[in-house]
Design a protein around this ligand. Structure first.
Ligand code: CP
Length: 339
């Protein structure tokens, strides 16, 4: 069955845990230089409507290390819905590639791509969510789990704007039965629809979601404090207003970090505006795990690519491969221009 990775809400807790476990096994193999070439000769079309460092590099390296190939289709480089319909683009890429990755400005763009694609479509960030990032984040939390705790015991506190990362993190944590808190000024808190989905997740999983405007109360029990940018490309005109709303109370600085338990770790999806949403003291703190988190993007993309693409790969027998090679070589012998 064809499945896309557009939203973690499309997957059960068991399926999300399978993706995480696959990521951890592939990472363990990689640590011993044994990454299996599970996507030998596969191709991934990577459409970017916005710039990227981590997502682009991690998907491209992941495809190479799994034995496949990635095509970087940079902003404006293909006819995505401009001189060609989304339907035609999806059909053409599906005929040539084994998977499609897209980072799109609007969530509806990737949703439409997925409606028409005949190969798996993976979401590399939209204005609504960032699902590959948060599978990586939970994997990183499991690696840094406090002694004596299990996944369902974890307290994750996100401080700051209700970004696409906040949406995905709140939804995956609530689906997995974790305890999630979002601290932000009322105007910048998660919208009602996202909260409702998260609460519905909690009713099934036993997790909790708390929304507050009190950052100190929010970190008191936190195992992980997470933050993200306070403004994104296109929001430059809102910088003074946003800075006034978030600074200084919602900045993750040493004073706020020290309100959390002594084992609490700091996370950031990056890129960061150092000195704005988090200070250097916290970004570079011994309990900051931002670069473990960043590295795990690579291992996670491998896990997700294998999860979605590998089951669809053709794996012909050596006999069948030899048969076709022989047929083609025999034909070439009859047609060579230099004979
Ligand atoms: N975290 C993240 O998605 O980073 P990039 O924008 O660099 O891909």
């Amino acid at each position: 069955m064809l499945r896309h990775f557009i939203d973690t809400q499309d997957f059960s807790k068991a399926e999300l845990l399978d993706m995480i476990e696959l990521t951890r096994r592939i990472k363990a193999a990689d640590r011993q230089g044994c990454t299996p070439k599970l996507l030998q000769d596969a191709s991934l079309a990577m459409i970017f409507e916005e710039p990227s460092t981590r997502t682009r590099v991690s998907f491209e390296v992941a495809m190479t290390e799994l034995g496949g190939h990635a095509l970087y289709l940079k902003p404006g480089e293909i006819h995505l819905g401009v001189r060609e319909s989304m339907y035609d683009t999806a059909k053409v890429l599906s005929r040539m590639c084994d998977g499609i990755f897209a980072r799109t400005l609007q969530h509806e763009t990737i949703a439409e791509l997925a409606r028409h694609a005949e190969v798996p479509v993976l979401n590399g960030l939209t204005d609504y969510n960032h699902p590959t990032q948060v599978v990586c984040d939970v994997t990183t939390m499991i690696e840094h789990m406090p002694a004596g705790k299990k996944l369902e015991d974890l307290n994750v506190t996100f401080i700051g704007d209700a970004t696409n990362v906040l949406s995905s993190l709140m939804l995956i944590c609530s689906r997995l039965g974790m305890n999630f808190t979002h601290a932000a000024p009322v105007k910048y808190q998660a919208p009602a629809e996202w909260r409702q989905w998260a609460q519905e997740n909690c009713q099934v999983s036993g997790g909790t979601v708390t929304i507050t405007d009190d950052p100190v109360a929010a970190v008191k029990q936190a195992d992980f404090i997470y933050t993200d940018l306070w403004w994104w490309v296109g929001q430059e005109d809102q910088i003074p207003e946003r800075q006034a709303a978030f600074m200084p109370d919602y900045q993750v600085n040493l004073k706020l970090f020290e309100q959390a338990p002594a084992h609490c770790k700091f996370m950031h999806c990056l890129p960061a505006s150092r000195g704005v949403e988090a200070t250097d003291e916290v970004m570079d703190h011994p309990r900051s795990i931002i670069f473990d988190q960043s590295e795990n993007r690579l291992h996670t993309e491998k896990g997700l690519l294998v999860y979605f693409l590998y089951p669809r790969m053709k794996r012909p027998s050596e006999e069948l491969k030899a048969y076709h090679k022989g047929q083609i070589e025999a034909f070439i012998q009859t047609t060579r221009a230099d004979k």
